[in-house]
Every structure is written in structure tokens, then in C-alpha cells.
Design a binder for this molecule. Structure first.
Ligand code: MN
Length: 194
């Protein structure tokens, strides 16, 4: 039996490079403290259990309670921080862009609907762009640690709407925080997930 120990992946950019969309202080706390804690907790919770040799996606699909919360939060945060680049922003191209235009009318309309879904999500959670096996797109709201993997969908992009993701920089202004993220989204990475 192989035993998994999850390690926190190093960010593909320096902690000050997402500024002004996300400040270095927020990256230091959010990646350095929050994400790290979820991964540390995940490792403690799977030790000597049937989950110790499972892939993270399988743990998310098969667990509940504290293990689900920490496994999914670990996955969500890694996915979130790897969706950004200091050279990001702009617009998606290729098949993903075509699907966005077909389903949402335009890229601007998609961005508005995505931010609105994040703003209207009550409490803590995540707003997702996900696709089904046929390539149909969905904007999905998930509370707390939720992830569209549990609905059989494939995640493409997520914005964290927990207050810890934006409060240091934007206080209560969640809409402003989410709109700023468009300037750092790495559409090459997001498109490669489509
Ligand atoms: Mn977070």
C-alpha cells in the first residue's frame, strides 16, 4: 500500500507579483497559512486510514465531514492559485472562447454572470466555471469547501469568495475583489483544462 503525503506546491510566481489584484500580504496569509493548514490537516486525517493511498480527487468524491472539508479546500486552493499569473488577464481564445461566446453571448457577459454568482453566494464558498463531459459550460456556486467534482463536472476556473481571500485588501467589497481577478487569470492554463 502506498501512503500519500500531500505537499504544498510552490507558487509559479513571487508572492508580490499578483498585486494590485491580490496583495503580497493576502498571498502570504492565504497561501502561506490557510492553504498550508488545509494540506497539513488533510495529511493528519488520512494517516492510517483507507484514504491514505487514494488520490485527492477520490478522497473528495468519497469522504464527508472534516476529511471532505480539508481535502476539498486543499484541492480548491491549489487550483485557485495556479489559475493566476502576473502576465495573466486578457481574453480566452480557441475552443473555450467559442463555448463561452455560444453559451453566455459574449466574454463580457460571462464575466458579469460569474462575478454576480460569486457576489450572491451567501457566506463562504467558491464560484466555479465547470464543464460536463460534452463540453457544456456551467457557472456553479458552492458553499464552504464545495467543488463541482462531486457533481461529475470538470472544474476550469474558480474564484474564492471566503472573506479571508479578499478582506485584507478589499474589506467587505467582494464584487470589487472578484472583478480585479480578471486582470490575473491565466487563460492559457484555464483553456488547457477545457
Ligand atoms: Mn481561501
Amino acid at each position: 500500500m502506498k501512503v500519500m503525503v500531500y505537499t504544498q506546491p510552490k507558487l509559479p510566481y513571487a508572492p508580490d507579483e499578483l498585486s494590485p489584484a491580490i496583495s503580497q500580504e493576502t498571498v502570504d496569509f492565504h497561501y502561506g497559512k490557510h492553504e498550508k493548514a488545509y494540506i497539513d490537516n488533510l495529511n493528519k486525517l488520512i494517516e492510517n486510514t483507507e484514504y491514505a493511498d487514494m488520490d485527492l480527487e477520490d478522497i473528495i468524491k468519497k469522504s464527508d465531514g472534516p476529511l471532505f472539508n480539508n481535502a476539498s479546500q486543499a484541492w480548491n486552493h491549489i487550483f485557485y492559485f495556479f489559475s493566476f499569473s502576473p502576465d495573466g488577464g486578457g481574453e480566452p481564445t480557441g475552443d473555450l472562447r467559442k463555448a463561452i461566446d455560444d453559451q453566455f453571448g459574449s466574454f463580457d457577459n460571462f464575466k458579469n454572470e460569474f462575478v454576480e454568482a460569486g457576489v450572491k453566494l451567501f457566506g463562504s464558498g467558491w464560484v466555479w466555471l465547470a464543464k460536463d463531459s460534452l463540453g457544456k459550460l456551467f457557472i456553479v456556486q458552492k458553499s464552504n469547501a464545495g467543488n463541482p467534482l462531486t457533481d461529475g463536472l470538470i472544474p476550469l476556473l474558480t474564484f474564492d469568495v471566503w472573506e479571508h481571500a479578499y478582506y485584507l485588501d478589499y474589506q467587505n467589497r467582494r464584487a470589487d475583489a472578484l472583478k480585479k481577478l480578471w486582470s490575473i487569470v491565466d487563460w492559457d492554463v484555464v483553456s488547457s483544462r477545457y
